[in-house]
Design a protein around this ligand. Structure first.
Ligand SMILES: [Fe+2]
Length: 257
Protein backbone atom coordinates (compact mmCIF):
# COMPACT_ATOMS: atom_id res chain seq x y z
CA UNK A 1 0.00 0.00 0.00
CA UNK A 2 1.28 3.40 -0.90
CA UNK A 3 -0.36 6.69 0.05
CA UNK A 4 0.02 9.63 -2.28
CA UNK A 5 1.95 12.67 -1.10
CA UNK A 6 -1.35 14.56 -1.21
CA UNK A 7 -3.02 11.99 1.03
CA UNK A 8 -0.10 12.08 3.46
CA UNK A 9 -0.44 15.82 3.72
CA UNK A 10 -4.23 15.73 4.10
CA UNK A 11 -3.90 13.15 6.86
CA UNK A 12 -1.42 15.35 8.70
CA UNK A 13 -3.73 18.35 8.46
CA UNK A 14 -6.59 16.23 9.82
CA UNK A 15 -4.38 14.96 12.65
CA UNK A 16 -3.52 18.50 13.78
CA UNK A 17 -7.07 19.71 13.28
CA UNK A 18 -8.25 17.07 15.73
CA UNK A 19 -5.91 18.56 18.34
CA UNK A 20 -7.02 22.11 17.52
CA UNK A 21 -10.68 21.13 17.73
CA UNK A 22 -10.81 18.88 20.75
CA UNK A 23 -7.91 19.63 23.07
CA UNK A 24 -8.09 22.56 25.46
CA UNK A 25 -5.95 24.37 28.00
CA UNK A 26 -2.20 24.83 27.86
CA UNK A 27 -1.65 21.21 26.87
CA UNK A 28 -3.20 21.96 23.48
CA UNK A 29 -0.21 24.05 22.39
CA UNK A 30 2.19 21.61 24.04
CA UNK A 31 0.69 18.77 22.05
CA UNK A 32 0.82 20.75 18.80
CA UNK A 33 4.47 21.66 19.55
CA UNK A 34 5.31 18.04 20.34
CA UNK A 35 3.89 16.77 17.06
CA UNK A 36 5.47 19.64 15.14
CA UNK A 37 8.85 18.70 16.61
CA UNK A 38 8.56 15.13 15.38
CA UNK A 39 6.44 15.64 12.26
CA UNK A 40 9.12 14.47 9.83
CA UNK A 41 9.13 11.12 11.55
CA UNK A 42 5.46 10.77 12.43
CA UNK A 43 4.02 11.65 9.00
CA UNK A 44 5.85 8.72 7.44
CA UNK A 45 5.58 6.21 10.28
CA UNK A 46 3.90 2.85 9.63
CA UNK A 47 1.19 1.74 12.05
CA UNK A 48 2.92 -1.61 12.55
CA UNK A 49 6.07 -3.38 11.47
CA UNK A 50 4.49 -6.33 9.75
CA UNK A 51 2.19 -6.18 6.75
CA UNK A 52 -0.03 -8.95 8.12
CA UNK A 53 -0.90 -6.63 11.01
CA UNK A 54 -2.23 -3.34 9.76
CA UNK A 55 -1.06 -0.29 7.82
CA UNK A 56 2.61 -1.31 7.71
CA UNK A 57 3.42 1.31 5.09
CA UNK A 58 4.68 4.92 5.10
CA UNK A 59 1.98 7.14 6.53
CA UNK A 60 0.05 4.19 7.95
CA UNK A 61 0.33 5.50 11.51
CA UNK A 62 -1.39 8.88 10.99
CA UNK A 63 -3.95 7.27 8.70
CA UNK A 64 -4.76 4.77 11.46
CA UNK A 65 -4.86 7.32 14.28
CA UNK A 66 -7.23 9.60 12.36
CA UNK A 67 -9.52 6.64 11.74
CA UNK A 68 -9.45 5.74 15.45
CA UNK A 69 -10.41 9.31 16.41
CA UNK A 70 -13.41 9.19 14.06
CA UNK A 71 -14.34 5.70 15.20
CA UNK A 72 -14.05 6.65 18.88
CA UNK A 73 -16.46 9.57 18.45
CA UNK A 74 -18.95 7.34 16.62
CA UNK A 75 -18.50 4.46 19.03
CA UNK A 76 -19.15 6.76 21.97
CA UNK A 77 -22.50 7.73 20.44
CA UNK A 78 -23.35 4.05 19.97
CA UNK A 79 -22.58 3.29 23.61
CA UNK A 80 -24.64 6.30 24.70
CA UNK A 81 -27.52 5.06 22.56
CA UNK A 82 -27.43 1.79 24.45
CA UNK A 83 -27.61 3.54 27.80
CA UNK A 84 -23.95 3.97 28.67
CA UNK A 85 -23.25 6.83 31.07
CA UNK A 86 -20.88 8.85 28.92
CA UNK A 87 -20.62 11.55 31.59
CA UNK A 88 -17.94 9.38 33.22
CA UNK A 89 -15.49 10.81 30.66
CA UNK A 90 -15.25 13.93 28.54
CA UNK A 91 -15.12 14.15 24.77
CA UNK A 92 -11.67 15.71 25.16
CA UNK A 93 -10.53 12.64 27.12
CA UNK A 94 -11.94 10.40 24.40
CA UNK A 95 -10.15 12.23 21.58
CA UNK A 96 -6.92 12.79 23.51
CA UNK A 97 -6.74 9.05 24.22
CA UNK A 98 -7.46 8.20 20.58
CA UNK A 99 -4.86 10.64 19.23
CA UNK A 100 -2.16 9.35 21.54
CA UNK A 101 -3.09 5.70 22.01
CA UNK A 102 -0.31 4.36 19.77
CA UNK A 103 2.22 7.14 20.34
CA UNK A 104 4.64 4.65 21.88
CA UNK A 105 5.18 3.27 18.39
CA UNK A 106 7.14 6.40 17.61
CA UNK A 107 10.24 5.32 19.50
CA UNK A 108 12.22 7.69 21.68
CA UNK A 109 13.47 11.23 21.16
CA UNK A 110 16.39 10.07 19.06
CA UNK A 111 15.37 6.85 17.39
CA UNK A 112 12.42 5.42 15.54
CA UNK A 113 10.90 2.17 16.79
CA UNK A 114 10.44 0.75 13.33
CA UNK A 115 13.19 0.89 10.73
CA UNK A 116 13.17 -0.72 7.27
CA UNK A 117 13.80 -4.46 7.39
CA UNK A 118 17.23 -5.36 6.07
CA UNK A 119 16.68 -9.12 5.99
CA UNK A 120 15.13 -9.92 2.59
CA UNK A 121 14.03 -13.38 3.73
CA UNK A 122 12.02 -11.92 6.60
CA UNK A 123 10.49 -9.38 4.20
CA UNK A 124 9.50 -12.06 1.70
CA UNK A 125 8.50 -14.90 4.00
CA UNK A 126 7.23 -13.13 7.10
CA UNK A 127 5.95 -9.92 5.56
CA UNK A 128 8.10 -7.85 7.87
CA UNK A 129 8.52 -4.57 6.03
CA UNK A 130 10.08 -3.07 9.12
CA UNK A 131 12.10 -4.32 12.08
CA UNK A 132 12.42 -3.07 15.62
CA UNK A 133 15.24 -0.65 16.18
CA UNK A 134 17.72 -2.28 18.57
CA UNK A 135 19.00 1.12 19.67
CA UNK A 136 15.90 1.56 21.79
CA UNK A 137 15.36 -0.16 25.13
CA UNK A 138 12.25 -2.31 25.18
CA UNK A 139 9.04 -0.75 26.42
CA UNK A 140 5.43 -1.69 25.77
CA UNK A 141 3.73 0.72 23.36
CA UNK A 142 1.37 2.26 25.97
CA UNK A 143 4.20 2.71 28.48
CA UNK A 144 6.44 4.46 25.97
CA UNK A 145 3.60 6.66 24.77
CA UNK A 146 2.73 7.80 28.28
CA UNK A 147 6.43 8.36 29.00
CA UNK A 148 6.77 10.58 25.90
CA UNK A 149 3.77 12.65 26.94
CA UNK A 150 4.97 13.22 30.49
CA UNK A 151 8.56 13.88 29.40
CA UNK A 152 7.27 16.72 27.22
CA UNK A 153 5.18 18.21 29.99
CA UNK A 154 1.87 17.09 28.48
CA UNK A 155 -0.45 16.22 31.33
CA UNK A 156 -3.08 13.53 31.01
CA UNK A 157 -6.00 12.58 33.22
CA UNK A 158 -6.50 9.31 35.07
CA UNK A 159 -9.15 8.31 32.50
CA UNK A 160 -6.73 9.01 29.64
CA UNK A 161 -3.95 7.06 31.34
CA UNK A 162 -6.25 4.07 31.77
CA UNK A 163 -7.60 4.22 28.22
CA UNK A 164 -4.16 4.53 26.59
CA UNK A 165 -2.73 1.84 28.84
CA UNK A 166 -5.48 -0.67 28.02
CA UNK A 167 -6.29 0.24 24.41
CA UNK A 168 -5.33 -3.24 23.20
CA UNK A 169 -7.98 -4.72 25.48
CA UNK A 170 -7.44 -8.34 26.39
CA UNK A 171 -5.21 -8.90 23.37
CA UNK A 172 -2.54 -7.77 25.82
CA UNK A 173 -2.50 -9.94 28.92
CA UNK A 174 -0.95 -7.05 30.86
CA UNK A 175 -4.41 -5.46 30.80
CA UNK A 176 -6.06 -8.29 32.70
CA UNK A 177 -5.52 -6.45 35.97
CA UNK A 178 -7.85 -3.70 34.74
CA UNK A 179 -10.21 -5.56 32.42
CA UNK A 180 -10.57 -9.00 33.95
CA UNK A 181 -11.42 -8.00 37.48
CA UNK A 182 -14.40 -9.73 39.03
CA UNK A 183 -14.85 -7.45 42.02
CA UNK A 184 -17.08 -4.48 41.10
CA UNK A 185 -14.80 -2.01 42.89
CA UNK A 186 -11.87 -3.14 40.74
CA UNK A 187 -13.60 -2.62 37.42
CA UNK A 188 -12.98 0.65 35.52
CA UNK A 189 -15.32 3.43 36.67
CA UNK A 190 -15.76 4.58 33.10
CA UNK A 191 -16.44 2.82 29.79
CA UNK A 192 -13.83 4.95 28.02
CA UNK A 193 -11.23 2.12 27.84
CA UNK A 194 -13.76 -0.22 26.21
CA UNK A 195 -14.91 2.42 23.73
CA UNK A 196 -11.34 3.24 22.70
CA UNK A 197 -10.46 -0.43 22.38
CA UNK A 198 -13.46 -1.09 20.15
CA UNK A 199 -12.64 1.95 18.01
CA UNK A 200 -9.02 0.83 17.63
CA UNK A 201 -10.02 -2.74 16.80
CA UNK A 202 -12.60 -1.58 14.25
CA UNK A 203 -10.12 0.77 12.59
CA UNK A 204 -7.45 -1.93 12.34
CA UNK A 205 -9.95 -4.44 10.92
CA UNK A 206 -11.15 -1.94 8.30
CA UNK A 207 -7.55 -1.16 7.36
CA UNK A 208 -7.05 -4.88 6.84
CA UNK A 209 -10.13 -5.01 4.60
CA UNK A 210 -9.01 -2.02 2.54
CA UNK A 211 -5.52 -3.37 2.04
CA UNK A 212 -5.98 -7.11 1.87
CA UNK A 213 -9.47 -8.19 0.84
CA UNK A 214 -9.05 -6.98 -2.76
CA UNK A 215 -5.99 -9.22 -3.00
CA UNK A 216 -8.11 -12.23 -2.08
CA UNK A 217 -10.69 -11.66 -4.80
CA UNK A 218 -11.15 -14.53 -7.29
CA UNK A 219 -9.10 -12.81 -9.94
CA UNK A 220 -6.45 -11.93 -7.39
CA UNK A 221 -6.49 -8.44 -8.84
CA UNK A 222 -6.15 -5.74 -6.25
CA UNK A 223 -8.83 -3.05 -6.47
CA UNK A 224 -7.84 -0.71 -3.69
CA UNK A 225 -10.14 2.05 -2.50
CA UNK A 226 -9.95 5.32 -4.39
CA UNK A 227 -8.14 7.15 -1.57
CA UNK A 228 -5.27 4.75 -1.72
CA UNK A 229 -4.65 4.54 -5.43
CA UNK A 230 -1.78 6.27 -7.05
CA UNK A 231 -3.72 8.37 -9.51
CA UNK A 232 -2.53 9.47 -12.88
CA UNK A 233 -1.84 12.94 -11.55
CA UNK A 234 0.53 11.65 -8.90
CA UNK A 235 3.40 13.73 -10.13
CA UNK A 236 1.49 16.99 -10.03
CA UNK A 237 -0.18 16.28 -6.68
CA UNK A 238 3.15 15.26 -5.20
CA UNK A 239 4.76 18.45 -6.46
CA UNK A 240 1.87 20.45 -5.02
CA UNK A 241 2.23 18.79 -1.61
CA UNK A 242 6.00 19.24 -1.64
CA UNK A 243 5.68 22.93 -2.44
CA UNK A 244 3.41 23.54 0.52
CA UNK A 245 5.72 21.92 3.10
CA UNK A 246 8.15 24.01 5.05
CA UNK A 247 10.31 21.27 6.54
CA UNK A 248 13.34 20.42 4.35
CA UNK A 249 13.68 17.00 6.02
CA UNK A 250 10.10 16.11 5.32
CA UNK A 251 10.38 17.33 1.76
CA UNK A 252 13.35 15.07 1.17
CA UNK A 253 11.53 12.06 2.56
CA UNK A 254 8.37 12.73 0.56
CA UNK A 255 10.38 13.30 -2.56
CA UNK A 256 11.93 9.86 -2.24
CA UNK A 257 8.55 8.12 -2.04
FE1 LIG B 1 -4.10 1.50 17.25
Amino acid sequence: MKLTAEKLQANWVEFNTNIETHITGDRKQKLLDFYKKFEDRIILMPASHKKEYHSAFPGGYVDHVNRVVKAALSMSAVWEGFGCDITTFTQEELVFSAINHDLGKMGDEEHESYIPQTDQWRRDKLGEEYMHNKKIAFAAVPDRGLFLLQSHGIQYTFNEMLAIQTHDGLYDSANEKYLKAFMPEQKPRTSLPFILHQADMMAARIEFEIEWLPKFSKNSVATPKKNYTLNSNIKSSKAKALNSMSSPGLKNMLDSL
